[in-house]
Design a binder for this molecule. Structure first.
Ligand code: PLP
Length: 305
């Protein structure tokens, strides 16, 4: 169960958690056209809280809305300020933040003729998405029989709610078989991403991730590429197959929810030594040092409350 906080921001007002409701004929609820973000706020070593890459997340929310042709009735600054205001009102030191812009009550046909765009932001405490154990020891992954959608079928660069039907199907399928997370292939059969995470593999000390063609442009993915390059690791964006992944030395998922979660097994084949490898561990360590405010070099990624 989601851990309740005190307030939720709805269209400019802070409302009580239990009163943050919408009408049952909310257009987005019926047809899946809403855009959202997932952001994390961490408690730094100095006791202050900091939101990780807030600007990039808000920019992407607006990009998603642009792709969906939804006009958000607030400016980016207003959304950024609303997030900070919400975290302060809830007294949350460390949390997950979920802004969502949706088509509200109005017309009921597919064409949203008279459905104003509304915005809500919630925040709550949320630990490791794929488990603490997963972050430390790695998870077991299975390629799903559901493929990631074709690029002209859904818009892979947008976090649009309806897209996640595909992700949920894939996730339920593999969880029912006893795995931790699903890996989806693209329509050409190449590796794309997890149900809500980008994927990286390491072979002969080279870090490789799928190109942006069929995947979401992850902010954690971008952060990892920058961290790796700053460490002198070669990073390649290129297509790879599931069997190339089977023979990788290391592999891991990245995402705001999943953070950096090592993959120890894919389709019952052990990856490398079956535990987080040295490059994964090194990147993971720097990533957590950054979000906890220990790395001065990446200070610009943190918005302190
Ligand atoms: C949100 C998401 C990710 C991860 O993106 P981050 O910006 O790192 O949180 C990856 N894939 C999909 C499908 C997602 O929805």
């Amino acid at each position: 169960m989601v851990e309740k906080a005190k307030k939720i921001w709805m269209d400019g007002k802070l409302v009580n958690w239990d009163e943050a409701n919408v009408h049952i004929l909310t257009h987005s609820l019926h047809y899946g056209m809403a855009v959202f973000e997932g952001i994390r706020c961490y408690r730094c070593d100095d006791g202050r809280s900091a939101v990780f890459r807030l600007k990039e997340h808000t920019d992407r929310l607006f990009d998603s809305a642009h792709i969906a042709q939804m006009e958000i009735p607030f400016s980016k600054d207003e959304i950024n300020n609303a997030i900070i205001e919400l975290l302060k009102a809830n007294d949350l030191k460390e949390c997950y933040i979920r802004p969502i812009a949706f088509l509200s009550y109005g017309s009921m046909g597919l064409f949203p003729k008279e459905n104003p765009v509304k915005v809500a932001i919630a925040a709550w405490q949320w630990g490791a998405y794929l488990g603490e154990e997963g972050i430390k020891k790695g998870i077991r992954v299975k390629v799903s029989s559901f493929t990631r959608f074709h690029v002209n079928n859904m818009m892979t660069k947008a976090k649009i709610t309806g897209h996640y039907v595909n992700s949920i199907m894939a996730k339920k399928e593999v969880v029912a078989m006893g795995y931790d997370e699903a890996l989806l292939l693209d329509t050409d059969g190449y590796v794309s991403e997890g149900s809500g995470e980008n994927i990286f593999m390491v072979k002969n000390s080279i870090l490789k991730t799928t190109p942006l063609t069929s995947v979401l442009n992850g902010i954690t993915r971008d952060s990892v590429m920058r961290i790796a390059r700053d460490k002198g690791i070669t990073v390649v964006e290129g297509r790879f197959t599931r069997d190339e992944l089977y023979t990788a030395d290391e592999a891991f998922f990245t995402g705001t929810a999943a953070e950096i979660t090592p993959i120890r097994e894919v389709d019952n084949r052990q990856i490398g030594k079956g535990r987080p490898g040295p490059i994964t561990e090194a990147i993971q360590k720097i990533f957590f040092d950054i979000v906890l405010g220990r790395e001065k070099k990446y200070q610009e990624w943190l918005t302190c409350l």
